[in-house]
Design a protein around this ligand. Structure first.
Ligand code: G6P
Length: 603
């Protein structure tokens, strides 16, 4: 979610780091910083907001001559986007940058505080630099101190550290977050969390494996895995920058679809301890006052609200109302002070949702923002907030933001359900196992996309689409139809499968496309009869299910799962890819569809 860079050499370090960070800014930019170690003197600079604020601050600085430098552009997960919380984090004589989440930071922080360490920031990252310096104080040399530090970290990290005790060296480590080392023709060394920052700068690259660490200095790179030293094997860097930003995908939307497994893992990280859900900022006091939930949002976020509505009632047994923000605003709603108002928004700036939140606050309701952008207007206004940790979403058609909203809301449902005692023991454990399993459900291979790509050619004409499903698969049908509308400009509607017979079935003929969501773990037989009714009227059926539906014209097989939410997420990805492939065939601009905007700050 953040971007990191590092450099060892003689070039102007300010320029190398700033231009590297510029290439990574698309990953997150609520603050940025860098530290430079030249001639045993360390200096650092940090600024809140976009990278240009950091560049302006450093306008009169120059760092020529041999030295090392590290830089970071941040997308907040722990702690507000302030200058103190911006990386690099400092100890007494060392600096660290980090991308990922240290899950056991609270435990490490307690230990370090007992040793007399003072913490400046609210971040998880700061433990790394203090642990390293404590290890030095206890007599270890710098390399052993680094190894002892890494051995204590749990979670995800790509991290770089520089220290006055070892001038000319960058210490690095990587597990479950990307990190690459590169060299130019002069042998100068570069680090980056994506090769987007290395292309055009360095000649060859080495992508570090998980659970590796090491030390780099000019002329020497030592890399170690759990099994001992690894011989560095560099490969040539690809030539095209825009290709690199999209990490090889043709469109940002496509990249974001495939990122969903890893951003969901980020959204879960540190929020489940054993069979307990632990959510920062959600106190028992907040939960104790709730006897109703109001979920409010726009667009795709509204569909996430609809999904959550089923979960709140079924799992947490709390009454739930779901409102479209632009409707809620003017409906003169009757509000009860014991309702919790949840605003859901990727951007945190959507005008209608923000106004709805203000109305709820004015009526004395407690409020929670489920949001992807820290320090956004909604996060600042709500009593509590939960960040969805999707990283920047560039495609206008939302994908990974939707997926992480649902995961975050599901976590909140589980927290509330165990607090209220509506879910305990084995039932709670089953839900926890199910939610933890979602990242692996979304690790989908190329064959599925290839199959959808082939099928998509049947769906370029006709007189419209109905996407149908029941229960949580009904809002998923709405979302599938919205995705298709947004980027293909074809007419599509989402409908509750059981409601087709009350009107829309009149449209059924051989040119009506019906995309039917048929999960095995929820109301399979019911949806099947609805699909049979449509097939009997000659509608074209695209069935999505683990079990083949004999009346379908096209069929996409999903995997056999034991929880309906696992089926939900896999089908979500199928629908996103389906919209993408139809749009590509029609020659549309997938990432910037006509007439739409990523963030709508007007009514
Ligand atoms: C716009 C976007 C949609 C998004 C909606 C709500 O219409 O194009 O993708 O779902 O706004 O945005 P929010 O930032 O509040 O989730």
């Amino acid at each position: 979610m953040c971007g990191i860079v590092g450099f060892i050499g003689n070039k102007e370090k300010k320029d190398v780091v700033l231009s590297g960070l510029k290439e990574l800014e698309y990953r997150g930019y609520d603050s940025a910083g860098m530290a430079v170690l030249n001639d045993e003197e360390i200096r650092y600079f940090k600024a809140v907001g976009k990278l240009e604020n950091l560049a302006n601050k450093m306008q009169d600085e120059s760092f020529l001559g041999f030295g090392v430098a590290i830089g970071h552009t941040r997308w907040a997960t722990h702690g507000k986007p302030t200058e103190i919380n911006a990386h690099p984090h400092l100890g007494e004589h060392s600096f660290v940058v980090h991308n990922g989440i240290i899950e056991n930071y609270a435990e490490l922080k307690d230990e370090l505080i007992k040793e007399g360490v003072h913490f400046a920031s609210q971040t998880d990252t700061e433990v790394i630099v203090h642990l390293f310096e404590l290890n030095l104080k206890q007599g270890l040399d710098a390399k052993s101190a680094w190894e002892a530090t890494i051995a204590r970290l749990r979670g995800a990290y790509a991290t770089l550290l520089i220290s006055k005790t070892a001038p000319g060296v960058i210490f690095f480590a990587k597990d479950a977050a990307p990190l690459a080392i590169a060299k130019d023709s002069a042998g100068e060394i570069f680090f980056a969390s994506s090769d987007a920052a290395l292309i055009g700068v360095a000649k060859e690259v080495l992508y570090l494996e998980d659970k590796s660490h090491g030390f780099a200095s000019l002329g020497e790179i030592k890399i170690y895995s759990a099994n001992g030293e690894i011989k560095p094997a560099f490969t040539a860097l690809p030539p095209d920058k825009s290709y690199a930003q999209k990490e090889g995908y043709r469109y940002f939307m496509e990249k974001e679809i495939y990122e969903q497994s890893s951003v969901i893992a980020d959204a879960l990280m540190g929020r489940i301890k054993g069979s307990e859900v632990v959510l920062e900022g959600v106190s028992d006091e907040l939960l104790g006052e709730i006897d109703e939930i109001i979920l409010c949002a726009c667009g795709t976020s509204y569909h996430a609200a609809l999904v959550a509505g089923y979960l709140f009632e079924r799992v947490a047994r709390v009454r739930c109302k779901i409102a479209i923000a632009s409707e809620f605003r003017y409906s003169e709603p009757v509000l009860n002070e014991r309702s919790l108002f949840i605003a859901i928004s990727q951007s945190g700036e959507t005008a209608d949702t923000l106004e709805a939140l203000k109305i709820a606050k004015a009526a004395n309701l407690k409020s929670l923002a489920i949001c992807n952008v820290d320090n956004s207007s909604m996060v600042r206004l709500a009593d509590a907030s939960l960040l969805t940790r999707a990283g920047i979403e560039k495609g206008v058609a939302s994908t990974k933001a939707f997926a992480t909203q649902i995961i975050t809301l599901w976590l909140f449902v589980l927290r509330l359900a165990s607090f209220k005692g509506t879910l305990r023991g084995e039932a709670l454990e089953r839900e926890i196992t199910a939610i933890k399993h979602i990242p692996s459900v979304l690790n989908i291979g190329n064959e599925l996309q290839e199959k959808i790509r082939r099928i998509s050619k049947h769906y370029l004409h006709g007189h419209g689409f109905f996407f149908i499903g029941r229960d949580v698969f009904y809002p998923l049908a709405l979302e599938g139809a919205l995705k298709l509308k947004e980027i293909s400009y074809l007419h599509a509607e989402g409908y509750p499968a059981g409601e087709m017979k009350h009107g829309p079935i009149a449209l059924a003929d051989e040119r009506l496309f019906c995309v039917v969501l048929m999960p095995k773990n929820l109301l399979y037989e019911k949806v099947k009869s609805n699909a049979q009714e449509l097939a009997a009227r000659d509608a074209n059926i695209l069935a999505i299910s683990p079990d083949e539906f004999e009346l379908s014209d096209d069929f996409i097989r999903t995997s056999a799962q034991t929880h309906y939410m696992a089926e939900f997420f896999e089908m979500m990805m199928v629908l996103q890819i389906f919209a993408l492939e139809v749009s590509i065939r029609l020659g549309n601009d997938v990432d910037m569809p006509r007439n739409l905007a990523k963030s709508v700050t007007v009514e």
